[in-house]
Structures are given as C-alpha cells and as structure tokens.
Design a protein around this ligand. Sequence first.
Ligand code: TXA
Ligand code: MG
Length: 350
Amino acid sequence: MTEIYNFKEKVDYGKINEIAKEITKGKLVVFPTETVYGIGANALDKEAVSKIFKAKGRECDNPLIVHVSRYSMIYDIVKHVSSVEELIIRQFMPGPITLILPKKDNIPYNVTGGLETVGIRMPNNIVAVDLIEYAGVPIAAPSANISGKPSGTNIDDIKDELNGKVDYIIDTGNTSIGIESTVVKVENGVVNILRPGKITKEDFERRGYTVKLDSHVFKQPSFNEKVLSPGMKYRHYAPNVDTVLVDSDEDTKKVMTITNLVKENINKKIGIIGVSENKEKYISFENVNFIDMGSKDNIDEISRNLFSNLRKLDTLNLDICYIEGVKNEGLGVGIMNRLIRSCSYNVINV
Ligand code: TXA
Ligand code: MG
C-alpha cells in the first residue's frame, strides 16, 4: 500500500519527519527535488536499496545517486575529494548537479552498481533536504519512473507507474527544472559532463574550469563499449510510439521537413511536439495531434514540461511522432540529450 501526501498548498513538516523515520526502517519514499522526483531509500541499507531496483525494474549495474543534506555528510561517505572537486561542491551545491567521487566502505555496492565511485547530490529543495536531515542518513534515489520511461516530474504521472510499489509519496506539485541533474566526473583536473542538465558547460567555463562533454552525450555506445556512466547504455525516456527527432539550425527547415512527412503519411495518426511559435503551421492537418513544448524563447519552460509532454504521446494512440529539435546550447544541450534518447537515436538532420 502506498500512502500519498498532498503538500501542494502547504508542507506538513511534522509528517516529513515521520516519513523520514520510516526511511531509517527500510521504507521507499517518492520525494521531490528541484529537478525531478526521486524514489528514495536509506543509502546505507543494502536491503532497502535493493527494493528500489525492484520497484523500478532497473538493471542492477546502473548506479543510484546518493542525496545529502549538508557538506559533512559528503565526507562521511566518500574517500577523498580533490581541490577541483572541493570547488565544485562549494560553488554548485546545493543545486542540480551530481558529482562522481570515490566511495567509502559504508556505501553498499548495490548503490553504485558494483563501482568504486558514488554519485553525490545535494538537492536545492527544502522538502528533500529536510527529509534527509530528519532521516539522519544519506538517501539513495534514482528518478521516480519505471526504468526506460521519462522521469517523473509530477505525481499524476508517477502514480500511474509506482502506486503500490513504494511506501510513501510526497506530492509538492510540478518540479521546477524538469530534467535530471548534470552528472560530472573530474579526471586529471578536467570536468567531464557525463549527463548534461541545468548546470551547463558554459556555467563551468564562466568560472574558469576546463570542461568537456563526454562523447556519449549524443552518441549511442556500441555493443559492450565501456561507458563512464552506466545509465548511458540503457534505453531511456522512451514513449511507446515510434518517435523521430527532426533537427536543423534553421527553424523553417525543421517545419518544412515535418510538414512534408505529415503529407507523405496522411493516412497515419501523427503526433508533433513542437514550439508554440510553430503550432499554426501544423494544426490545419486533420491527422496531426500537436503538443506544445513551450515558446522557443523560454528554454526553462521547455525543460519543465519535457517529460510530461513525452508521456502524453502514449495517451494519443499515434502511429508515429515527430519532435522538433531545440538549440543545442546551454540547457538546450540537456534537452537534446534526452530527446535523442527518447527517439532511440532516430534523428533527421536537415
Ligand atoms: O536530478 C537527478 O539526478 C535525479 C534526482 C532524483 O536527484 N536523479 C536521477 O537519478 O536522475 P537516475 O538514477 O535516474 O540517474 C542517475 C544517473 C545514471 O545515468 C547513472 O548511470 C549515473 O547517474 N551515475 C550514478 N552513479 C554513478 C557513478 N558512480 N558513476 C557514473 N555514473 C553514475
Ligand atoms: Mg532515471
């Protein structure tokens, strides 16, 4: 049985405290962060952690992120921190970033998928921080979704997949960023971005870091290829319908390509996820269901609604869906990374 608490209007911190105590007893809790919701369990409790993998249907070699509420908790669970890593912690935490560090023995291997490293994240969300603080232990949490599906950013989406599989759900409404944290690993002083997110390459560069995007951010790893972040191997963010990403530097080319595809497939039921500005160009086609991803000038809005828009596709009984690419810079890099994966690398560049 899942107990759901609706704290959209007002958070009951007494209840958060009670739920935190249940975490120390091995229970699973869906909780909000500023990026997406997580399914949390006591990161120091191997049995509790194994329940997360079961609830999500997640591959056991795909490591979980460990969430902390204060700096000292990091040093309780990681072996050492270099000067560059220390600077990242002080400059970006709390915030939408996960830093990969060498783990101490108290972090069980099922948290890290057998790796000697652990992903550390200090969320910038008061409910998340209080939950961890009251629990008094770090909380291991992947995104709240069944493996392979888009991450959960609101409880309506999450309930469909996880009701009955977790003990508690804390509902505080839509998460504010909408895509998951930027995952980084420092190697020889260079910040390697394994998964792009709200904290961007430009954010690091502006502060004087040497930074690079890992080669797998946009490229599919080949069979058996070793990747720095095991999550990159798996099918992700995928709707049930075939989806194609249509990308170009020029907006008119994107629209023209998609319109031609619609005309060629006039007998099919087609979904289009595109920017508000282009809506008028598609809605005259009777076979098109248009999903508005937000204004092209508001990348934060596109990010916030991205996963619920992808989920909408599954409710429309479509034959195929075309998605407009966004500008590949800043937060757009994170969005393109998720879109490319949700389309299973099926991309038309024009
Ligand atoms: O915003 C977020 O990061 C959300 C919220 C709940 O904090 N969490 C999240 O977790 O997105 P998850 O499990 O869905 O994604 C974690 C990613 C995976 O791609 C995983 O492979 C990578 O982080 N990761 C975790 N630990 C790692 C490690 N030790 N080395 C390399 N990659 C790691
Ligand atoms: Mg995930």
